[in-house]
Design a protein around this ligand. Structure first.
Ligand code: GDP
Ligand code: IMO
Ligand code: MG
Length: 434
């Protein structure tokens, strides 16, 4: 924790690294937790005291005492989904309305953005991205094309602005070239639009009950007064719109720089950058994944790691850790400390593999190339497994030699210290190294 600074915690792989769990664990050290990008495409899981929560738009610092949590300007917010999420938390006894602050400049995901998301995916056919269907791409598109609606818009003449944006979306939807079957499916979605819209407008009313703030002023004032802020990334670096496996990415900057634009803070305010990774690798949705396993080992990782999407329930694709991609992620984020999750999933393996280079068209390379879609073959180094149940460990002194060797190997390869090791989904199954 750095006083007067913003520490950033973000995913280094294709998302679902375990960001929610670690933000919850680290929150007691901070004054404020803030989300800076993404939207309800995120699913951040937390487990403690026998309860499990999945957060989509609400920051994962919400369960620790009375900490203020901020939804920053870089986030895209769906009022109906936000209402469901917040009401469920309120029903389970968590007070939100005074300490969950929402930026006026965050963009609103409209029901028609979700229809557009579906339409664009249908149009792409076999090349589809496999989005979460939450309208993320079309909402960020409107932001960049300067036609979006923002949270601050709900405070004045909202109906007029909404009607105008909706009419524009419907025009686009009707002009998209689709085959008969796809058009039929889309028309079905449009027939029920009024129902979705009713709930969405209820969500807008609900949103008004929260502090709607100029979050850039709030955060900078906090920093001026020596407070500490933890930023929670969503998705992962390999899904970053600039540096990820484009075009199979999300539509925001998931990297550390996204915290500057998504909250309105200067780069000199960034303190530590925590990069989080699994002891292996997963991906959900379409797109290249060099170390993906299609065999029994991949299935075993999926079963042991319960690798199914928190948002869509889709099977996550599983594979070995990819150090070439991780080095790239560490570079573009300026990672200062690493956090390794789900080590326990590999507890029973005889051997572990780590991708240390790629073979591209027969030639070995150790850097992350422009195109990983074709002709990439991972080069593996094999390490002995630790064959020990670590899930009840409470200190790093209990780690078996082979596991310590795995950690040292990764630290050497990645040239960055691993500071936290997670050995299970619960808040308590976390080991902070000395
Ligand atoms: P996020 O999107 O980065 O917050 O990650 P998700 O919540 O989508 O996915 C991580 C999943 O792994 C969740 O189901 C967590 O409860 C679970 N998890 C987190 N850390 C560990 C761990 O160390 N071991 C195991 N077995 N599960 C973990
Ligand atoms: P968290 O924060 C894993 C993936 C989708 C799809 C691509 C684009 O829980 O780690 P989008 O709906 O954003 O337009 O989809 O990005 N994706 C995620 N994968 N974890 C996530 O979030 C993701 N958010 C989006 O599967 O491939
Ligand atoms: Mg997730």
């Amino acid at each position: 924790m750095n006083k007067g600074k913003v520490d950033v915690l973000l995913g280094l792989q294709w998302g679902d690294e375990g960001k929610g769990k670690v933000v919850d664990v680290l929150t007691p050290k901070y004054d404020v937790v803030a989300r800076f990008q993404g939207g309800p495409n995120a699913g951040h899981t937390l487990e403690f005291e026998g309860q499990k929560y999945v957060l989509r738009s609400i920051p994962s610092g919400i369960f620790q005492g009375d900490k203020v949590n901020i939804i920053g300007n870089g986030v895209v917010l769906a009022p109906d989904l936000f209402m469901d999420e917040a009401k469920a938390l309120e029903a389970s006894g968590h007070e939100l309305r005074s300490r969950l602050h929402i930026s006026k400049k965050a963009h609103l995901i409209m029901p028609t953005h979700r229809v557009l998301d579906a339409a664009y995916e249908a149009q792409k056919g076999k090349d589809k991205v496999g989005t979460t269907g939450k309208g993320i791409g079309p909402t960020y598109t409107d932001k960049v094309s300067r036609t979006g609606l923002r949270v601050g818009d709900i405070l004045e003449n909202f109906e007029e602005k909404y009607a105008k944006a909706k009419a524009r979306h419907l025009n686009i939807i009707n002009s998209i070239n689709l085959d008969k079957e796809q058009r039929f499916a889309l028309n079905n979605q449009l027939t029920t639009l009024h129902k979705v819209e009713k709930k969405w407008l209820e969500g807008v009313e609900y949103l008004r009950q929260f502090p709607i703030v100029d979050s850039e002023h709030e955060i900078n004032n906090l920093l001026k007064n020596g407070k500490s802020v933890l930023c929670e990334g969503a998705q992962g670096t390999m899904l970053d719109v600039d540096f990820g496996s484009y075009p199979f990415v999300t539509s925001s900057n998931t990297i550390c720089a996204g915290a500057c634009t998504g909250l309105g803070i200067g780069p000199n305010k960034i303190g530590d950058v925590y990069g989080i990774m699994k002891a292996y690798c997963t991906r959900v949705g379409a797109g290249p994944f060099p170390t993906e396993l299609f065999d029994e080992t991949g299935k075993k990782i999926r079963d042991l790691g319960h690798e199914y999407g928190a948002v869509t329930g889709r099977e996550r694709r599983c594979g070995w850790i990819d150090l070439v991609a991780l080095k790239y992620s560490i570079m573009v984020n300026g990672v200062t400390q690493l956090i390794m999750m789900k080590s326990d999933v590999l507890d029973g393996f005889d051997t572990i593999k780590a991708c240390v280079a790629y073979k591209q068209n027969g030639q070995e390379i150790d850097y992350f190339p422009y195109n990983i879609e074709e002709g990439i073959e991972p080069v593996y180094q094999e390490l002995p497994g630790w064959k020990t149940d670590m899930t009840k460990f409470t200190s790093e002194d209990q780690f078996p030699k082979e596991f310590n060797d795995y950690i040292s190997f990764l630290e050497k390869q990645l040239e960055t210290p691993i500071r936290i090791i997670s050995i299970g989904p619960d808040r308590d199954q976390t080991i902070v190294r000395k």
